[in-house]
Write a protein that binds this ligand. Sequence first.
Ligand code: SAH
Length: 248
Amino acid sequence: MDLLDLIIEYHKGNERQGPGSEEATLKALELIPYLDEKTKILDIGCGTGGQTITLARNIEAQITAVDMLPQFLETLKIKAKENNLINRITAIEMLMDNLSFDEGSFDVIWSEGAIYNIGFEKGLSLWRKYLKDNGYIAVSEISWLTDSRPDEIHQYWVNAYPEIDTIDNKLSVIEKCGYTNVTYFTLDDKCWIENYYQPLLDNAEEFLKKYDYADEVKEFLEAGIIEADMYNRFKDYYSYVFYIAKKK
Ligand code: SAH
């Protein structure tokens, strides 16, 4: 069992694969004007589609949702069907750094908890051309909330994701990549604990049993427990931040 298979198995039954909430998705959505049935949204790194379904249920837009994992896309397709949304959601297996759409195809690019996979700056730069003029991007990214922080948490996250940075520096990156910042807000505790870490921790024992308490599964779960513990101890210093910006 390799690590990717474990990740897929562990996450595919969950509503979300990263910190987030329906409320946060809707809050970001309300900050974007002129959304109607002609609006085309590209949801990048959609996972099992928590935010995709929220978007589709709340506005009439056409949504293209992409992810590299067909197992997650399958779940999204089932949910789209259950919600009678198949005519407005198209799920496509695609790599976020190798998208194949025409330039200027979308009014809005959406991406929750996913851009870090290729890096914030690279993602913002690569994705810009797929937006129409004056199109919007709504993207969540882990960010430092204060200018300084305890060494332990600094080391932990810089090691896990070297591009983690302060909100001010993230805003500068957004401008540098050819967007005008509109606004941003920080995801709350519920996004992290109730919606992300808790369901994973609740499933851990059953998951371990399923794989007969294999060492590699223990290690994998242990890494998750450490990450959740870091969050509980140091949440004053970092969070996911939802950035909303407009193509310049
Ligand atoms: N937006 C969802 C999922 C976030 S997890 C949510 O908030 O719940 C990040 C997602 O990015 C995963 O589904 C993962 O499969 C996908 N991903 C990671 N690297 C990718 C890449 N290079 N191209 C496309 N998708 C990728």
